[in-house]
Design a protein around this ligand. Structure first.
Ligand SMILES: [Zn+2]
Length: 446
């Protein structure tokens, strides 16, 4: 009893002390106002370019967009009158905490997670995020294979203002039938649990609920499932069950799909998005268009150094994308670029993927829509982040050329703004303003 009293007294004095020492809130400085003079302003939704536009950014958000706006006193003026200004790009499928490479793991990602710790991968994810942002990707959907929640750590670090990076929509650990995408030995699977943390085994409905809740608890913003990585694929009923469980927390579900039967089940269940195209034939495309299922086809180009794609495989990829377009499937730009290509940043590797869209004959305006507008929609940010319009977060990039005339202009993006802060200007990254020492948005946020 005495001990309790003493503890209570200590507790009280601690409370009193913290109250007495609570500093007065420092006066917030008025938000920085930035005026961007855009020589050309590209609107991907309309597929048009307007000349001589002004964008006024206040703090983190866009205040006004138009011609002949007056510059508020004290505003910082950024002259992009020679560039094409446009909203940021989206990669709807990547893995920023995974970089497999020829050495030491012969480009086999099964080995990457044995050799690279989650801590190391999280730091690499931070670097990859910076590389993506430097190429104009302001949103990345990070779809699993990130060790023990390195994807959540990356998102938190960016949201806390510790490092610059794209807005991350992360999936946590991929949920699948026993084994995920791995083929472990019984010893490694049963004695060493080697499938985890790259995959969460969920074979029964109880396990599905637990797996989804674990991901949500540890910071997932979307749920990723392996629909048919194994012969014991999820049925349409099981996928429906998973979608309903994820929806309780407002999360959508993306399915890794590699067979036609898997695609049929996923589409029938009403899945949000399908990753990869090997299971998508014309019939599936028609069903996806009918149901409004997003396609994250992850179309790999030919000729990436160290990542050979056969001409036959490439032809199939191009034909499938073309077929999806012709059947009016909702398309996103997605790369799955989770490997190192010598001489290129992660962002530069991703931009190589526009070649597939060019070869598929997709009109430039529609590819740009996939890379922006559709990317915001599949990410669920379309009401807050993406479009260059009043009230939206100021994520703004600028290309030297005009991407609406030539998509390759996206490979030369000398200006990037994220959340109203200039990240890159005149081709030089100037991220100092992004780094904050503490948890500026509250440490309890996960
Ligand atoms: Zn992937």
């Amino acid at each position: 009893m005495r001990r309790v009293l003493i503890l209570a007294a200590v507790g009280l004095s601690f409370v009193a002390a913290t109250h007495a020492q609570a500093p007065a809130q420092p006066a917030q400085p008025p938000p920085q106002v930035t005026v961007i003079r855009a020589g050309r302003l590209l609107d991907p939704e309309a597929g048009t370019v307007r000349t001589n536009q002004t964008i006024i950014v206040e703090g983190t958000r866009i205040r006004e967009v138009g011609a002949n706006l007056t510059t508020p006193p004290g505003a910082q003026v950024i002259d992009l009158s020679k560039l094409t200004v446009m909203p940021g790009l989206v990669d709807a499928h990547n893995h920023l905490a995974l970089t497999y490479k020829p050495e030491p793991e012969s480009n086999v990602y099964y080995f990457t997670y044995v050799q690279d710790s989650t801590a190391l991968r999280a730091i690499q994810a931070a670097s990859n995020g910076i590389q993506m942002l430097a190429s104009g990707f302001t949103i990345v959907r990070d779809m699993g294979n990130n060790g023990n929640y390195a994807d959540t750590a990356l998102r938190q670090a960016i949201e806390q203002g510790w490092i610059p990076g794209p807005t991350i929509i992360n999936s946590g650990i991929i949920i699948g039938g026993m084994g995920g995408q791995f083929y472990p030995t019984p010893e490694m699977a049963k004695d060493h649990n080697i499938v985890y943390p790259e995959y969460l085994d969920a074979d029964t409905r109880d396990e599905m609920v637990k797996a989804i809740r674990q991901n949500i608890l540890f910071g997932a913003r979307v749920i990723k499932i392996c629909v048919d990585c194994k012969p014991y694929a999820y049925t349409a009923d099981e996928i429906r069950f998973i979608i309903a469980e994820a929806a309780k927390a407002g999360l959508k579900v993306e399915g890794h799909v590699q067979t036609v039967n898997g695609a049929r089940s996923a589409i029938e269940a009403g899945i949000w998005s399908i990753a990869h195209s090997s299971g998508l034939n014309e019939e599936m495309h028609k069903l996806m268009a009918q149901k409004g299922v997003w396609r994250a086809g992850t179309e790999t180009p030919m000729g990436l150094a160290g990542h050979p794609v056969t001409p036959q495989a490439y032809q199939r990829t191009v034909a499938s994308l073309k077929n999806a377009y012709e059947n009016k499937v909702p398309l996103t730009f997605s790369t799955d670029a989770d490997y190192w290509v010598a001489g290129k940043t992660r962002g530069e590797v991703c931009l190589e993927f526009i070649k597939v869209w060019q070869d598929a004959g997709i009109p430039i305006a529609d590819t740009l829509r996939a890379m922006t507008i559709n990317g915001y929609k599949v990410s669920g940010t379309e009401k807050t982040r993406g479009p260059i319009a009043a009230g939206f977060f100021a994520d703004i990039i600028a290309a030297t050329g005009n991407p609406l005339e030539n998509l390759d202009a996206l490979k030369d993006v000398p200006f990037v703004m994220k959340n109203g802060l200039v990240f890159k200007k005149d081709g030089v990254m100037t991220p100092a303003a992004f780094f904050n020492g503490g948890p500026v948005n509250g440490w309890r946020i996960r």
